[in-house]
Design a protein around this ligand. Sequence first.
Ligand SMILES: [Zn+2]
Length: 403
Amino acid sequence: MWLNAWASMRMDKEQRWWSYEWNFAESVRNQMKLPEKIIVKDDTLREGEETPGTYFTIDQKVEIAKLLEEMGIKEIEVGYAAGIKEHSDTFKALKKEGIKMKLSSHARMYVEDVKKEVDDILASEADYINFLLVPSPTLKTKKEVFDRIAEGIEYAKSQGAYVAFGSGRVIPRFWQKFLQLAVDAGVDRVVVYDGNGCALPLAFKETVVFTKNIVKDIPIEVHTHNDLGLAVATTLAGVEGGAEVVDVVFNGLGDRAGNAATEEVIMALEILYGFNLNLKLGKIMEVSQLIEKYSKTPLQSHKAIVGKNCFIHESDLHVEQILLGNWVTWELFQPYVVGQTRKLIFGATTLQDRAIKAKLKKMNLNPTNSHLNIIRDKIKERLQTKNFISEKELEDLAKKIVR
Ligand SMILES: [Zn+2]
């Protein structure tokens, strides 16, 4: 494979992708507190369904969950087992179908009777309870909030549950108090939220570092929103601060502008950080397409990783290099890695010659200059009525003209 002598590139052992060498520079790595292992928790069934206009039937949720499990995902968030009857039925349906992934239920801290919330969730066969503390008129004073954190977690623990607790945009002294109460009550995991997309990635990383200093060995999960298009960056910043669990949503679905996209976070962790997540990455496209269909939320064509444009090449030099086998010049990873396919097209930006020559050479044709002129003119003619011509069309054309 042809590489520039001056290119800063670290090739993957299996040549699935390459990474910018500086990602691994000591001076860069020294600024991170990366965990040893990362758990990818998928939140498509709960948060993905909160995408405006999206509703998944129980059967669709089971189908999505099965595919996530086949892909190697170990944990998913399913819904509100205590608040919504259909969600509680979904937990039971998933268990009945033999799903082995850990199933998490969102739990409301502000309800009148937090013990009933816990009992209802456990009755739905959820594997763990994920308490989220949000501002609410039911918990007015500091004392009410503090008492509720302790009461909820202690009761859930007394019932044998695995318990997570989290909140977002909390001023440090309160966050510290919340965390101490949660730790004292025996919490199993802490979740740091950026539920509004309001944090600078660096500020979010600092929040995770601050949290880690208090909770020590208790794992930290991060959940971020995309209001400024930064959800993936913020999630990765959380990992750089030491978070062990990323709570992410396929296709970047979710409330408003959505969440950190599962597929983007996974590929960034693998390529840019060098984590081996033990996932079947080749399933990414299949999962994404199933979710796209059921969510009725079409993906933009240039969506990272799973968009239909990600591996279509049209520019002259790009098409030429791909044809010569130098995918590294214009691609970061090979399409098969995520279940995509590569496609070359010939359009207005492919008429400079290099791509056409490379294509004809690959076909073992030796065109003269006049052959090339005719081919270019024919392509131009066809481009009057369409945006591009396919590789196959060019092949047919070339075979007719060059003999
Ligand atoms: Zn959210």
